[in-house]
Design a protein around this ligand. Structure first.
Ligand code: FAD
Length: 264
């Protein structure tokens, strides 16, 4: 660690004020990613703004056609929420598969989405559920949000405040965990809406993405047969110490088959 100014705030306005006037600030939510990166000096901010005391950012609300989850909700809170477990089964199941109990009780949805780790689970849910990401000054559509590896569309003076998830007719998340970390070697989220189907993949490439061609095929014929004939294009898939692109491509296909079979 090295010296930085530490600020603990209890409202969004104070956090934004410090964020926009500091030289190189960082928001701290659960700290499960930020603290390790500080320790390794991968991140060396001048100011750390701890927002974990902002009570306005800790609720989950059912607004009829969407569920709004505030940024400081922990993964455990999302996994156990009555609204989420009854309305968006895939999202509750996804949150329950993150890391281990310690990670789920500390890590937050806002921190996870802001971090945009290519192996994180939430990005697949955000894309498949056509979520809207709300910040202290803007709103973003899911399809515009994840820009690159560890990079989102939000500006450096914005704080994620909540995420609106559309309620689908049915949804499911299937993941193949990295046995060491729990992160997704590959994860697939399938959501069925009245007006279409959305399929999103995480863990396979530099950022989460949708499979638009498969979505169209499944809209015409929602069956495992469609998957059997579907070729996963692994051109932009990651190869690393954990798995080759070809292996990840096979995982995606198998997980999609399982997901569609269960939804059918
Ligand atoms: C051992 C371990 C296993 C894990 N396994 C998984 C897993 O299986 N799947 C998975 O998806 N994740 C996993 N994670 C990640 C974890 O679940 C958290 O989601 C992640 O650490 C980020 O959330 P956080 O609240 O800890 O964010 P922090 O560490 O506090 O912040 C992360 C980044 O986001 C920024 N930030 C935080 N909150 C906001 C906000 N509201 N607005 C704008 N920027 C913000 C911070 O400045 C920082 O850059 C794991 C982590 C650990 C340590």
């Amino acid at each position: 660690m090295y010296n930085f100014k530490f600020h603990k705030v209890d409202n969004i306005q104070d956090a934004v004020a410090i964020l926009s006037t500091s030289e190189d600030p960082k928001i701290l939510s659960g700290g499960h990613t930020l603290i390790p990166t500080l320790k390794q000096r991968l991140s060396q901010p001048t100011d750390v703004i701890d927002i974990s005391n902002i009570d306005d950012l800790k609720s989950i609300k059912n607004n009829g056609n969407k569920i709004t989850i505030d940024a400081l909700c922990t993964h455990s809170q999302v996994a156990k929420s009555i609204d989420v477990t009854t309305e968006i089964v895939g999202l509750a199941s996804m949150a329950s598969q993150i890391g281990d109990p310690q990670v789920r009780h500390r890590g937050t949805i806002g921190g996870s989405i802001a971090n945009a780790d290519p192996a994180a689970d939430y990005p697949a849910a955000v894309l498949a559920l056509d979520a809207q990401i709300n910040t202290s000054s803007n709103s973003y559509n899911s399809d515009d949000f994840f820009v690159d590896m560890f990079e989102t569309a939000i500006n450096s003076d914005e704080i994620i405040t909540s995420i609106d998830f559309k309620i689908p007719k049915k949804s499911i998340y299937k993941k193949f965990r990295n046995p060491a970390s729990g992160y997704a070697m590959a994860g697939v989220f399938v959501a069925i809406f009245d007006n279409g189907i959305r399929v999103a993949i995480t863990g396979a490439s530099i950022k989460a993405f949708r499979l638009h061609d498969l979505e169209k095929k499944l809209e015409n014929n929602f069956s495992v047969d469609v998957l059997k004939e579907f070729n996963v294009d692994t051109t932009n898939y990651n190869s690393d110490i954990h798995a080759s692109a070809k292996y990840r491509g096979n995982l995606v296909k198998v997980l999609l088959e399982e997901a569609v079979a269960e939804l059918v």
